[in-house]
Design a binder for this molecule. Structure first.
Ligand SMILES: O=C(O)C1=C[C@@H](OP(=O)(O)O)[C@@H](O)[C@H](O)C1
Ligand SMILES: C=C(OP(=O)(O)O)C(=O)O
Length: 431
C-alpha cells in the first residue's frame, strides 16, 4: 500500500520563531573528519536524518567508535591508521553526499570496499567522482561500466592531481580533496563557480592546512587531523521551506534562529530579496568558520525574476521551493544554468514541473531549468513526493495556499533530511 498523508491544513499563515535541525552537509563532514582524526570529536546539533545516519554506519563498519544520544554524537578514533576493511558491503541509502565524499576517503585506504544504495542513488551518476579517483590511482568498477552503484573500490597508493571539475559540485570537489588528503603531495581542485565550502572550513577546524583562492582549492596530503568539537549550525536548506512559505502566505512573519549563513549556501536569502521579499539576515557568531545567525521574513508580494549563473550552486537544493515562490509572484520567473537538478534524488526539473502543474501552476521545463508564470491559484490534488524529501516539503508548503486537501504520497522520504518537519511546521501555525 502507498503511504499517503492528507495535507488538509487549509490556508495557514506562519508566525513565530523556531530553530531548524542541524545542517546535513556539515553533519556528514563532522562524522567523516572526526573518524579520520585522532582523539574524541564531539558533535552537537547533529542532524539525525536518515542520510547522516548512513555516514555514521559507514564509519562504524570501518571500526570507528561512534555513539549518538539524540543530537549529540561522539566519535572516538585513532585516526586513518586505525580504520579497518569492512566485512560487509556499505549501504549508502539515499545519500549522494555520503557516496561521493566517502569514495574520496576510501580511495586512500589499502582495502577493498563494496558500496550500494537505494533505487534513487543507484541511478545517480558516480562517474563524476570515480573518474578523478581513478586518475589518482584507485581501482574502481561498478554497474554500467563503473558509472553507477553498486561499486567496488580498492584504494591505496594514490598520487595527487590537479583537477578542474566539469560540473558545479561540492561533492566532487570534496571527494577529490579528501582523496588528496590521503596521499603525499599537493592536490588542486578548480571549479567554474564556487560551491559550498564546508569541507575547506571544517578541515581547517581539524587542523589541516588547506588553501582557497577564488575557485581554486589546494590541499597538502598526509596531514594528520586532530579531533575537535563541532557545533552544527541549523540547516538553511531546511529553513528555506519556512522562509519561502512565510514570504508567500499572506499575514506571515517568522524568524528562524541559529541557522547557518555561509554565503556559499545562503543564496535563498538573495533570491527572495531579488523577488522583493522583506527578508533580513543577521550573523550573530561564527563557529568553525561557519557564520550562524537569525533570519526574519515577512509576507510580501513577490516579483518574478531571472535566476542564473554563479548563484545556482548557492541555491541548488532550494530550487524546488523557489519555484513555488515564483508561482505566487507578479510576472514570470526564469531559472537557468541549473542542469545539475537532473542528478538529484530525482530529476528535479521534471519532478518540480509535473508536481506544480498538477497543483495548478503554469510552468514549463527547459534544458537547464524552468519558466514559472506567477499568479497561480494552488488547488487540491493527489501528488507524489517522488521519494524526494525536498519535493515532499515543497508540496507541504504549497498545501498551505489552498483550502482544498492535498494528498501527499510517500511523505516519509522527508525523514532523509528533516524528520521533525511536520512538527516544526505546525509550531509556526497561527491559530
Ligand atoms: O556537498 C554537499 O554536502 C552537497 C552538495 C550538493 O550536491 P552536488 O555536489 O551534487 O551539487 C547538494 O545538492 C547536496 O545536497 C549536498
Ligand atoms: C541532493 C541532496 O542530497 P544528496 O546529494 O546528499 O543526496 C539534497 O539534500 O537535496
Amino acid at each position: 500500500m502507498v503511504e499517503t498523508k492528507q495535507l488538509d491544513y487549509g490556508k495557514q499563515s506562519l508566525q513565530g520563531s523556531i530553530a531548524v535541525p542541524g545542517d546535513k552537509s556539515i553533519s556528514h563532514r563532522a562524522v567523516m573528519f572526526g573518524s579520520l582524526a585522532s582523539g574524541e570529536t564531539k558533535i552537537t546539533n547533529f542532524l539525525a536524518g536518515e542520510d547522516c545516519i548512513r555516514t555514521i554506519d559507514a564509519f562504524k563498519a570501518m571500526g570507528v567508535n561512534i555513539t549518538r544520544d539524540e543530537q549529540t554524537v561522539i566519535v572516538k578514533s585513532t585516526g586513518v591508521a586505525g580504520l579497518k576493511e569492512p566485512v560487509i558491503p556499505i549501504n549508502l541509502g539515499n545519500s549522494g553526499t555520503t557516496a561521493r565524499l566517502l569514495m574520496g576517503i576510501l580511495a586512500g585506504l589499502p582495502f577493498h570496499f563494496t558500496l550500494f544504495g537505494d533505487d534513487s542513488l543507484s541511478n545517480r551518476p558516480m562517474d563524476r567522482i570515480t573518474i578523478p579517483l581513478k586518475q589518482m590511482g584507485a581501482k574502481i568498477d561498478g554497474r554500467d561500466s563503473g558509472r553507477l552503484l553498486p561499486i567496488s573500490l580498492r584504494g591505496g597508493n594514490l598520487k595527487p592531481i590537479d583537477y578542474q571539475t566539469p560540473m558545479k559540485s561540492a561533492q566532487v570537489k570534496s571527494g577529490v580533496l579528501l582523496a588528496g588528503l590521503m596521499t603525499d603531495g599537493t592536490t588542486t581542485v578548480v571549479e567554474e563557480s564556487k560551491t559550498r565550502d564546508h569541507t575547506e572550513n571544517m578541515l581547517k577546524a581539524f587542523g589541516a592546512e588547506i588553501e582557497s583562492e577564488g575557485t581554486t582549492v589546494r590541499i597538502t596530503g598526509n596531514q594528520p587531523l586532530q579531533a575537535c568539537n563541532i557545533e552544527v549550525p541549523g540547516d538553511i536548506s531546511s529553513a528555506a521551506f519556512f522562509l519561502a512559505g512565510a514570504a508567500i502566505i499572506p499575514g506571515s512573519h517568522i524568524t528562524i534562529k541559529d541557522v547557518g549563513l555561509n554565503p556559499t549556501r545562503s543564496g535563498i536569502i538573495d533570491v527572495l530579496k531579488m523577488m522583493s521579499i522583506d527578508i533580513e539576515a543577521t550573523v550573530t557568531r561564527t563557529v568553525g568558520g561557519e557564520p550562524i545567525g537569525d533570519v526574519s521574513v515577512k509576507y510580501s508580494q513577490a516579483k518574478g525574476t531571472t535566476i542564473e549563473g554563479e548563484i545556482i550552486p548557492r541555491i541548488i537544493d532550494e530550487i524546488p521551493i523557489i519555484a513555488l515562490v515564483a508561482s505566487q509572484a507578479k510576472g514570470t520567473t526564469i531559472i537557468k544554468d541549473a542542469e545539475e537538478l537532473k542528478f538529484k534524488e530525482t530529476d528535479r526539473i521534471e519532478a518540480v514541473v509535473t508536481t506544480l502543474k498538477t497543483l495548478g501552476v503554469n510552468i514549463v521545463p527547459t534544458d537547464d531549468g524552468m519558466v514559472v508564470e506567477g499568479g497561480a491559484s494552488i488547488k487540491g490534488a493527489n501528488v507524489h513526493s517522488y521519494g524526494d524529501h525536498r519535493i515532499g516539503m515543497m508540496i507541504a508548503i504549497a498545501s498551505l495556499l489552498t483550502e482544498d486537501r492535498v494528498e501527499l504520497e510517500n511523505p516519509s522520504c522527508i525523514n532523509i533530511s528533516y524528520p521533525q518537519f511536520f512538527t516544526d511546521l505546525e509550531k509556526l501555525f497561527h491559530s
